[in-house]
Design a protein around this ligand. Structure first.
Ligand SMILES: CC(C)(COP(=O)(O)OP(=O)(O)OC[C@H]1O[C@@H](n2cnc3c(N)ncnc32)[C@H](O)[C@@H]1OP(=O)(O)O)[C@@H](O)C(=O)NCCC(=O)NCCS
Length: 142
């Protein structure tokens, strides 16, 4: 089934927080964080299957395109490996922008997803994450 993608609203926050808490070893996003940025959700069978949060980090000029950053992405466990994150990312990547993101070095699932969509590793940031302490891989999509 193909999910519907739409912008998140305040009514979605409890579900987003639950997915965040299921999905990360050290969840650090609060309710109010999601709507501070552009938050897309994928909805299936009247349930929120996943979310993607992004922001513009540079508005661009005549020589350089705008830049955007993927800040958070998660899919609820029962809906994984069904293409939901791919759909959310393809929606987001419709912006004409250079994209950046950080991902835990051990998160091979997310890195595989990002590579499949054209991201490449461009740098590493030592001790970027806590609980557990870990390097971030910085990935970029042109
Ligand atoms: C990473 C995550 C968002 C992927 O969501 P998803 O909806 O399952 O991803 P998709 O179904 O769109 O997968 C697309 C591709 O990504 C790769 N991928 C996804 N999950 C994978 C896994 N567990 N192991 C290896 N590769 C994986 C595969 O190449 C997959 O294509 P395939 O299914 O044809 O092999 C999801 O596992 C998740 O929420 N994880 C916890 C939170 C997280 O790590 N977020 C990213 C933070 S940077």
């Amino acid at each position: 089934m193909t999910p519907a993608v739409r912008k998140a609203t305040p009514q979605d926050l409890s579900a987003l927080l639950e997915i965040e808490q299921q999905s990360f070893s050290h969840p650090h996003w609060n309710r109010e964080d999601f709507l501070r940025y552009r938050c897309l959700i994928a909805e299936l069978e009247n349930a929120i299957a996943g979310f993607l949060v992004s922001r513009q980090t540079y508005s661009g000029d005549q020589k350089s395109p705008p830049e955007r950053e993927i800040l958070n992405l998660a899919v609820a466990a029962p809906y994984r490996r069904q293409g939901i994150a791919t759909i959310l990312l393809k929606h987001e990547l419709q912006h004409r922008a250079a994209y950046f993101l950080e991902v835990r070095e051990s998160n091979v699932a997310a890195q595989a997803l990002y590579r499949k969509l054209g991201f490449v590793a461009v740098a590493a940031r030592p001790q970027y994450y806590d609980f557990p302490t870990e390097r971030a891989i910085v990935m970029r999509l042109k």
